[in-house]
Design a binder for this molecule. Sequence first.
Ligand SMILES: C[S@@+](CC[C@H](N)C(=O)[O-])C[C@H]1O[C@@H](n2cnc3c(N)ncnc32)[C@H](O)[C@@H]1O
Length: 296
Amino acid sequence: MGETRQHPWTILEILRWTTGHFQEKGVSEPRTSAEVLLAHALGLSRLDLYLRHDQPLTPEELARFKAFILRRRAGEPVAYITGHKEFWSLDFKVTPAVLIPRPETETLVASILDVLKPETGNQKPKTGLEVGVGSGAVIIALARELPQVRWVGVDISGPALAVARENAVRHGVAGRIHWLRGNLVAPLKSGPRLHLLVANLPYVPRPVWEELPKDIKEFEPREALLGGADGLDLIKPLVQAAPGFLLPGGWLALEVAEGQAAKVAAFMEQSGAYEQIEKIPDYLGIPRVVRARRGE
Ligand SMILES: C[S@@+](CC[C@H](N)C(=O)[O-])C[C@H]1O[C@@H](n2cnc3c(N)ncnc32)[C@H](O)[C@@H]1O
C-alpha cells in the first residue's frame, strides 16, 4: 500500500490487496480477517462490502483500516480489534480480559438444551451455575434459551466478570444472573440446589500451550487457557465437587479438549455419583462435551 496512487482505493481493490498481504505475512484466515476488519473500519456489514465494491475509501477510512491491518499483522485476533464476537447468533463484547468465544463451545450450550427438550420428560430446571464465564457467552446464551432459570456465574477474573455483566445487560438477562468472583465452586454456599452446572474451564495442557499460535498464546488470557500439565487441573476438582452442589437428577456438562473426553468420563465413573455419562461431539465430530446426571 506504500506507493502513491492516482486514485483512491475502492473497497474491492483494498480487500484484494489486504488479503494478499495477510497471506504473504502468514496471517491466519487472511480473507475473513480482511473482510471483517474493513467492514468494521467502514461501519458496514460484510455483505455491504460486496454491494458497494466500487465505493472509494475516504482518507480517514483508509487511515483507520491501515491501523487495523498493522494490529492484525502483529498477531492480534480480529475479535480484539473489533471488540465483538458472535456466539449462538448473539453479538458479544470481547476485550483482552476474556477468551474469544469459540464456535465449538456452542456444543456445550446445545448439550444442555438437548436434555431439556419436552420429549425427554426431564423436569424444567430452575437453577443453574456456570463456572468460568469469561465473556458470558455460554451463560447468557443459556439464560436466553431457558427463561425460567436463575443463574450464578463464577469467574476467578474480576475484569472478565465486568465484561460478562455488560454482555448480560446487552442481552436482557442481567436480572437473572448473579455474578461471583472466586475459584471454581468456592464462592458458593455448599448444599445441593442446582439443576444445571456447566463449565468450559481452561483445559490446554502445558506442552500444547507452549506451541499455540502467537494469536492465541500472546493475546488471549493465559488463565483462560492453561489447565496444568495434562490440562485437567481444574476439570478434575470440579467433577469431584459438583455432586455436592447438584440436586439429584441435575446435569453437569463440561467442555473438554480433543483427547480428554474419555479421561473425564472415567473420573465421573470413578466418583460413583453420576449416571448417564455421555461424550458429545462438536460440529467436527470431536468429542467436545462430557455430560452426566447426578444420581437420584
Ligand atoms: C476457557 S475460558 C471460558 C470462557 C467462556 N465460558 C467461554 O466458553 O467462552 C475459561 C474461564 O475460566 C476462568 N477461570 C480460570 N480458572 C478459574 C478458576 N479456578 N475458577 C473460576 N474460573 C476460572 C477464566 O478466567 C476464564 O474466563
